[in-house]
Write a protein that binds this ligand. Sequence first.
Ligand SMILES: C[S@@+](CC[C@H](N)C(=O)[O-])C[C@H]1O[C@@H](n2cnc3c(N)ncnc32)[C@H](O)[C@@H]1O
Length: 317
Amino acid sequence: MKKETKGASHHVPVLLGPAIAGLNLKVDGWYVDGTFGRGGHSGAILKNLGPDGHLLAIDRDPQAISSAPESLRNDPRLELLHGEFSEIRRYAIERNMLGKVDGLLLDLGVSSPQLDTATRGFSFQSDGPLDMRMDPSKGASAADWIGTVEEKTLKRVLQQFGEERFSGRIARAIIAARSEAVIERTAQLAEIVRQAVPARGQKRHPATKTFQAIRIFINNELAELESALEASVELLRPGGRLCVISFHSLEDRRVKRFMRERSREPEPYRGLPEIPPEHRPPLKLIGKAISPSDEEIANNARARSSHLRVAERLSCT
Ligand SMILES: C[S@@+](CC[C@H](N)C(=O)[O-])C[C@H]1O[C@@H](n2cnc3c(N)ncnc32)[C@H](O)[C@@H]1O
């Protein structure tokens, strides 16, 4: 079992300096943090805003909202919202902010408190109920899904969202195990996976990819990301920044592809000095992907696989 050294409510923000720099904050700007978590990035954004700045911070996890520190909660420039970032277009319309947002930050995935609290059921390292929902008030838990899923669907989820090369064996083992006993604990699932795969020189726990895949599926994470990326173009004002921190290649690939496609000049106009406004790309890439420094990784192992990508909204008029 993993020791919990920092307490289950602690989250160290990843790529904080580069993300704040990427947002290119204006003191009186209007910003959206789509992934409030424990407010690490939100707090730093607010520090850089003046009295007329505004931050809408969203999280789908009710615990993230209820754990917001008093100092942030009492800040009149902050609006905290329990919701999903796939809905940012609607949230912006409701606030009359569509096309007026100066920056959108997405720090994807789960927070340390979610991972470290055994009762949330995200971790194979500490035993808990097999839940994995970021918003436990919505949808099926991982246990409910595993209790009824067909083997071929399970195999596909493990392949697609975990890139698990033993997806067939693991799916078969899970289906066989559930006919013996209900799979309702994280340790139970981790043990089924461990026994299903060959035990040769693995650096990571054999259940790492299975847990990642099931979590991504249960929370519909990639569709959430695609919706938010799509909405970001309409959300941002010219000069506004889109900053996305991803933690695995499935996310990063989507962010990279989206930013590339939306910043590419259309073929017939490539290299020409003037592109008619209606054919201009909506985004411009700002630098290359940024990875954490060795020092950041040494201080926070969870930063290890992170990448920050930044794009700027261009004017199309
Ligand atoms: C990596 S943490 C963010 C940490 C935060 N930046 C900080 O410094 O404290 C990701 C957070 O995003 C939330 N989240 C993930 N997907 C979401 C979605 N589709 N909509 C809203 N919140 C989401 C999770 O519940 C989690 O609290």
